[in-house]
Design a protein around this ligand. Structure first.
Ligand code: ATP
Ligand code: MG
Length: 264
């Protein structure tokens, strides 16, 4: 289990962006982390993977433990060795390298013996990547680049996979494919923290979800509970509101204000 407790994150020594975030990812589960732009979702992932420092950020309070062992203070590659991998927002694949070179880059902590075996396993699952293994990754479609980013993260054989908005900018059919892929990876025994703005997809694959806003967790519950939540329906699922194109700020919701008082 990943356990984040009372996490505070500050950038440039002054800007407080996470204000006491607590969340859990039980072993074997998919947990969704939802929330509007700037809520702090990516900052939470950076804290977990030890990548805040390169963004001039730091954890100023709280703890992050995996199976009871503290991750805070470890370097990025040590955290990978503990079994945590991520596919970053914006995909961040190496566009000038081939598909296969990208996958090899994800395996930098694995033994050579595993690499060939893992590549073949991926090529069975991601047929489209097999066909394009010698192609420059920059020429892949958006959906294929996302798949490559996820496949690359899996090359380190993680127990916990962190995905930052894998559906971003993809067509609905491709989003459905990504959702299916996430489910399959989870069925192979990998726990997943899924950061998304696409709540419909995320709550379909996750067992539990958290909604963040302005550096705090404002709602959490099972996926079934969250799907029934009026605010989530209005702001994320496009019911009763202006639809997905014009999401209002979460802060505008009366119900949300009420909850916020109740939570704080
Ligand atoms: N390197 C940085 N230096 C200073 N402030 C930052 C830095 N990175 C992010 N922030 C700020 O921290 C806050 C949280 O940003 P973060 O990227 O974690 O949010 P997010 O929920 O991932 O948003 P999005 O949905 O847009 O990806 C924002 O106000 C953002 O401007
Ligand atoms: Mg983000």
């Amino acid at each position: 289990m990943l356990e984040v407790a009372n996490l505070e994150v500050v950038y440039n020594s002054v800007v407080l962006v996470l204000k006491g975030v607590s969340l859990q990812v039980p072993d074997g589960e998919v947990v969704a982390l939802l929330g509007p732009n700037g809520a702090g979702k990516t900052s939470a992932i950076r804290a977990i993977t030890g990548l805040l420092e390169i963004h001039d950020g730091e954890v100023t309070k709280g703890s992050i433990s995996l199976k009871g062992k503290e991750l805070l203070g470890l370097r990025g590659e040590q955290i990978v060795q503990r079994g945590v991998a991520q596919a970053m927002e914006g995909r961040r694949i190496f566009k000038d390298l081939t598909v296969e070179e990208n996958l090899m880059a994800g395996a930098y902590t694995s033994s050579q013996a595993h690499i060939r075996q893992d590549l073949e396993r991926f090529y069975d699952r991601f047929g489209v990547l097999k066909d394009r293994r010698a192609r420059q990754a920059g020429y892949l479609s958006g959906g294929e680049q996302q798949m490559l980013a996820i496949a690359r993260a899996l090359m380190s054989r993680p127990k916990l996979l962190l995905l930052d908005e894998p559906s971003l900018g993809l067509a609905p059919k491709i989003v459905a494919d990504i959702g299916k892929l996430i489910r399959e990876i989870n069925e192979d025994g990998v726990s997943i923290l899924l950061v998304e703005q696409n709540a419909a997809m995320a709550l379909d694959v996750a067992s539990h979800g958290y909604v963040m806003d302005n550096g705090k967790v404002v709602i959490d519950g099972t996926s079934a509970e969250l799907k029934e939540d009026k605010d989530i329906q209005e702001f994320y699922l496009g019911f009763g509101g202006d639809g997905a194109e014009e999401k209002k700020s979460f802060r505008d919701a009366k119900l949300y204000q009420r909850r916020k008082r109740w939570l704080s």
